[in-house]
Design a protein around this ligand. Structure first.
Ligand code: E4P
Length: 216
């Protein structure tokens, strides 16, 4: 399973990139709106210069024609920009046109297996089931990831990759990996939680204390 960073924060992206384990970045309008600047073109270009892998940028237009125009513009910002399009009838229509132009699309706001199936049929590079938001309303978000992966396995010609999104804690990441998600997109704080273990910290302290006790 690859790890993408789910943020538009440049400092977090720089720090995570140094770890050498981040293959891409996902942003969305809410994440971008948290940043100090509204110059999203510059923010996107900066992210794309730090992370060589796919960087998802969402369209804000709602009708197919405007989505296509906006997607073409945003895809021109950097070679590794991927376009995020919500799964609606207009979104699928836009997706179909964009895939023929070799623009990679991440179909987002996926809350059902049917939406994931239709996205794959339209030629999506990625589909993003939102685990946490389903959990929030009392559904089992990770079950959706499992179901999508099971259905895709039945049709090996479908090449759409599943991005487990809206992940809120490290257990989500483990469950996504067990389910066989191709990618988990994780907020920076969750990435840090994935690294940490109290026994690792205690172990380091103990090793250093033992070392110091004999090297006086
Ligand atoms: C990523 O592609 C999604 O936009 C993001 O994971 C959504 O997360 P949230 O549900 O915590 O806002």
């Amino acid at each position: 399973m690859h790890i993408f960073l789910d943020t538009a924060n440049i400092d977090q992206i720089r720090q995570a990139a140094r770890l050498g384990i981040i293959s891409g970045v996902t942003t969305n309008p809410s994440l971008l709106s948290k940043e100090a600047t509204s110059d999203y073109e510059t923010v996107t270009k900066t992210i794309c210069s730090i992370i060589g892998g796919p960087v998802s940028v969402e369209v804000l237009a709602e009708d197919a024609e405007s989505m296509i125009e906006e997607a073409r513009l945003k895809a021109s910002w950097a070679p590794n920009v991927n376009i995020k399009i919500p799964i609606t009838a207009d979104g699928l229509q836009a997706m179909t046109v964009l895939s023929k132009e070799n623009i990679k699309v991440n179909m987002t706001l996926c809350f059902s297996v049917n939406q994931a199936l239709l996205s794959a049929l339209a030629g999506a590079t990625y589909v993003s089931p939102f685990v946490g938001r389903l959990d929030d309303i009392g559904h089992d978000g990770m079950q959706l990831v499992k179901d999508i992966i099971d259905v895709y396995k039945n049709y090996p010609h479908l090449s759409t990759q599943v991005i487990a999104a809206s992940l809120r804690h490290p257990l989500h990441c483990i469950a996504a990996a067990k389910a066989g998600a191709h990618i988990a997109t994780v907020p920076y704080n969750v990435l840090m939680q994935m690294i940490q273990h109290p026994l690792t910290d205690i172990g380091i302290k103990r090793f250093l204390a033992d070392w110091k006790s004999v090297s006086k």
